[in-house]
Design a protein around this ligand. Structure first.
Ligand SMILES: CC(C)(COP(=O)(O)OP(=O)(O)OC[C@H]1O[C@@H](n2cnc3c(N)ncnc32)[C@H](O)[C@@H]1OP(=O)(O)O)[C@@H](O)C(=O)NCCC(=O)NCCS
Length: 327
């Protein structure tokens, strides 16, 4: 393979030209069905609370030919200690297979060596562009060559599932429950947080706090109340939500678009129809708001969502590798 020389330029997320270069490179490399916008890139190119992020463009002969964004968090309440992610990487199609992707990956890994990162993952980052490598891109081989996904437990397949909610009717799985599901209200914040701290204390709790602090409407959450308080919660995304709907790449689905997830109920309340009731209430709310194409992202519960009419829409491989300390 020929290797062409590149120069690295740190990406400044406040620079709209840099943002546009990232958009162009990603859209050229990944195509229309995975297209991103400047708003989405601006949303994603900033560190998450307690974490750090770095991104760069690779230049060759006066034009940007690739970029990488990478992030780091050492917060064992959220993820494995010293976790690192490749948030996104792309090389312009006419510049691929010239060693540029390798150079960008090495740039990112060098940054992580300085941080002391112990485990690297492609996709699935705290501000995800994608939950893993979209299998339709046929680029898994590139990451495998660089040591990612070397063992079965380091290559996890996840799906987005989707349905057209235009004709949504609750399946028979949905039963009467001893509880109530309704949109969350601002005064529910503490009760939802207490539920998440008890039942989903790591990443989901972290993302709830982060997203609300950054401007997500509390009403974008659905809450399940029982006699003891909040026993379940799920998040919705609408086209006008703070959290960009493009994150779910709904373009093959009929508009208006919506999304549902994460969704969870208390461990000791599972298997009693609460999850189905919560999911049904979320889907009815999306339907009643006119949503047609709906994505439930980043899941392996194909049978559970299948009962509600959802079929596989896109698959990803979440590839990881331990990062060896540099001598
Ligand atoms: C993945 C990508 C960044 C690789 O960039 P690149 O500059 O073409 O990669 P390199 O030239 O450095 O390739 C390094 C090695 O990987 C191999 N490789 C590159 N792309 C490959 C692919 N799609 N499948 C299998 N192997 C691949 C090369 O042949 C080379 O192998 P060698 O070292 O044995 O010669 C680029 O193909 C791309 O932008 N793809 C679309 C975006 C994408 O899939 N991003 C991942 C989601 S975050």
């Amino acid at each position: 393979m020929m290797t062409i020389p590149v120069e690295f330029q740190p990406i400044d997320a406040a620079n709209s030209t840099h943002i546009q270069e990232v958009v162009n490179l990603w859209n050229m490399a990944c195509g229309e069905e995975l297209a991103i916008s400047p708003r989405f890139v601006t949303y994603n190119l900033r560190p998450s609370p307690g974490g750090d992020q770095a991104a760069c463009l690779a230049w060759h002969e006066g034009r940007p030919v690739g970029f990488v964004s990478t992030s780091y968090l050492n917060d064992p309440t959220v993820a494995a200690p010293h976790s690192g992610w490749i948030d996104a990487i792309a090389v312009a199609p006419d510049a691929q297979r010239n060693g540029i992707g390798t150079a960008l990956l090495q740039w990112a890994e060098a940054w992580h060596h300085q941080k002391g990162t112990q485990i690297m993952t492609v996709g699935a980052s705290l501000r995800p562009f994608v939950p893993g490598v979209p299998e339709e891109l046929n680029s898994v081989g590139f990451f495998e060559r660089h040591g990612y996904g070397g063992k079965p437990e380091l290559a996890i397949r996840e799906w987005d599932v989707a349905a057209n909610l235009a004709t949504y009717t609750p399946p028979r799985t949905v039963r009467e429950i001893d509880g109530l599901v309704r949109p969350a209200q601002p005064r529910d914040y503490e009760a939802i947080l207490a539920f998440l701290q008890r039942e989903f204390p790591d990443r989901w709790r972290y993302e709830f706090e982060q997203s609300v602090a950054e401007g997500t409407r509390i009403a974008d959450f659905m809450v399940l109340w029982t006699e003891r308080g909040v026993d379940g919660c799920c998040m919705l995304t609408f086209e006008d939500s703070h959290h960009p709907i493009e994150r779910f790449y709904p373009y093959r689905l009929p508009r208006p678009w919506g999304q549902l997830g994460s969704i969870g109920v208390s461990e000791d309340r599972r298997g009693q129809g609460f999850g189905a009731a919560l999911l049904d209430a979320g889907l009815r709310r999306l339907h009643n708001n006119g949503v047609n194409g709906c994505v439930i992202d980043w899941t392996n519960l194909l049978d559970f969502y299948g009962k509600f009419g959802f079929t596989p829409y896109r698959s990803y491989l979440i590839l990881s590798k331990p990062l060896e300390p540099k001598p």
